[in-house]
Design a protein around this ligand. Structure first.
Ligand code: AMP
Length: 450
């Protein structure tokens, strides 16, 4: 299939030409007609498959010029970084079209964003929290919304955005097209779809859990954290092979700890992102890694999901993810756009179970590689690796000290009264049968008839 088969228009063909894209990716080819037809759609596709253009091509093609000011397309993404990235992608596609595109996200000055909104826009890319705040402030009017895209919905639910999404569904027009993308189908995603989507067409290009074929995977059995540090240092010393390395760790503290440990050897080449870092720091880190100023980026799962960074030579799973889907997300950061990629996973004895699950999901065994002899095997354990010593017979500790108390109690009687507004108003209303609501002129008439 070629882009010609999609029947686009000249401005879009020119933009695609400038980008050097010759043929649609499978998800683009499959999603185009479904989205163009106006049906609700759920796309199962990993990042790197070209899914941003899969929804933007039909949307931009069918978005007619309008001078009205309220957005007609809303794209919700889980992180600020993704807002920036998606806006950039749409701008590239809209190079020869007069689309007004705006990205908004939390953690920055809301007034600047309000001013930008007031100028009028067609396509809004947003994180859910900030979108809701802007809508409540009434600067942002969502009444003209025709299409809602929720990208990376699985990450969104992971991050606890479920309620925000539901709040947003409440304030946008009922008649709209819903388009949703998720890398994996989880129980939570299915529940959300069933509740808010109308018979969505499912478009799936890779069964969730299928590894991208152009990624070469390998596994090291490593006894502990300190040995993992020694091994990763050994590998990173080969700057030619390991020229753009994304290192995944499970949580923020581990990211900081690894950053500290690697700083002595790789200070100038190292950056880190996790959700406790400021937004500027995160954007700068990603930019430096993307441009190649920094060779090594340490990241937690959520932060790096969905990030589109080209030419990552190696993904190193510094730990083995508990959820096999996360492994799929991580390794999907390399081998993008049909290029060859490499993924290494370090696993300790306690992570073997997780490796089994990953291998079961992929229906393949990750080849095991032995640790090079020059790498020192450490026996020193870090805090988390030491056996937990449970306190027994501690006379000062109450037996239930660690169990949480009841989380809910009834209100006191005096607080249970319902506030019905001023009593005087109610009395007068009873006496004169005044309209209960302002503007309800027929109230008295209606009640007289009864
Ligand atoms: P995404 O999955 O949307 O993050 O896209 C992954 C990367 O593929 C991005 O850098 C896109 O710009 C790029 N891309 C999107 N569509 C195509 C295409 N048809 N041909 C080549 N590259 C593409």
């Amino acid at each position: 299939m070629t882009f010609q088969d999609l029947n686009l228009n000249t401005p879009l063909y020119n933009a695609l030409d400038d980008l050097g894209y010759k043929t649609p990716t499978p998800i683009q080819a499959e999603a185009f007609n479904v989205i163009a037809s106006g049906s609700d759609m759920v796309g199962i596709a990993q990042t790197g498959t070209g899914k941003t253009f899969a929804y933007m091509l039909p949307i931009v093609k069918n978005l007619k010029f309008s001078s009205q000011e309220n957005p007609r397309v809303l794209i919700l993404v889980p992180t600020r970084e993704l807002v920036v990235q998606v806006v950039e992608e749409i701008e590239k596609l809209s190079k020869y079209i007069n689309n007004r595109i705006l990205g908004v996200y939390g953690g920055t000055n809301i007034n600047t964003q309000k001013q930008a909104i007031a100028k009028g826009l067609d396509i809004l890319v947003a994180t859910p929290g900030r979108l809701y705040d802007l809508a409540l402030s009434r600067v942002l009017q969502l009444k003209s919304l025709q299409k809602l895209v929720i990208d990376e919905v699985d990450v969104m639910l992971d991050l606890g955005f479920r309620h925000q999404l539901i709040n947003i569904f409440d304030i946008i027009p009922q008649r709209r097209q819903n388009i949703m993308f998720s890398a994996t189908m989880t129980h939570d995603v299915t529940v959300l779809i069933n509740a808010f989507f109308k018979n969505p067409v499912q478009v799936s290009i890779a069964v969730s859990g299928t590894p991208l074929e152009n990624i070469e995977q390998a596994r090291y059995n490593v006894p502990n954290f300190n040995t993992k540090v020694n091994l990763v240092t050994h590998l990173l010393n080969d700057t030619e092979t390991y020229n753009k390395v994304l290192i995944f760790v499970a949580y923020k503290r581990m990211a900081d700890r690894l950053f500290d440990r690697l700083s002595s050897d790789f200070k100038e080449e190292l950056c880190v992102i996790h959700s406790n870092k400021t937004q500027n720091y995160r954007l700068r880190s990603i930019e430096q890694f993307r441009e190649g100023t920094n060779r090594i980026l340490i990241a937690t799962d959520i932060m790096a999901r969905g990030l589109d960074i080209d030419n990552v030579s190696h993904v190193i799973n510094f730990d083995t993810p508990d959820y096999p889907e996360n492994y799929m997300h991580r390794i999907g950061r390399t081998g993008r756009a049909e290029r060859k990629g490499n993924s290494l996973v370090f696993s300790t004895k306690s992570e073997e179970q997780a490796i089994n699950q990953i291998e079961a999901l992929m229906r393949m065994t990750i080849p095991l590689v032995t640790i090079p002899e020059t790498v020192q095997i450490s026996t020193e354990l870090i805090e988390e690796e030491r056996p937990q010593i449970t306190e027994r017979n501690n006379p000062t500790k109450r037996p239930d000290e660690n169990t949480p108390g009841p989380a809910f109690h009834d209100k006191k009687e005096k607080n249970q009264k319902e506030n019905l507004g001023g009593s005087y108003r109610r009395e007068i209303a009873k006496k004169y049968k005044k309209p209960k609501t302002r503007g309800d002129k027929n109230y008295n008439k209606r009640n007289k008839k009864k």
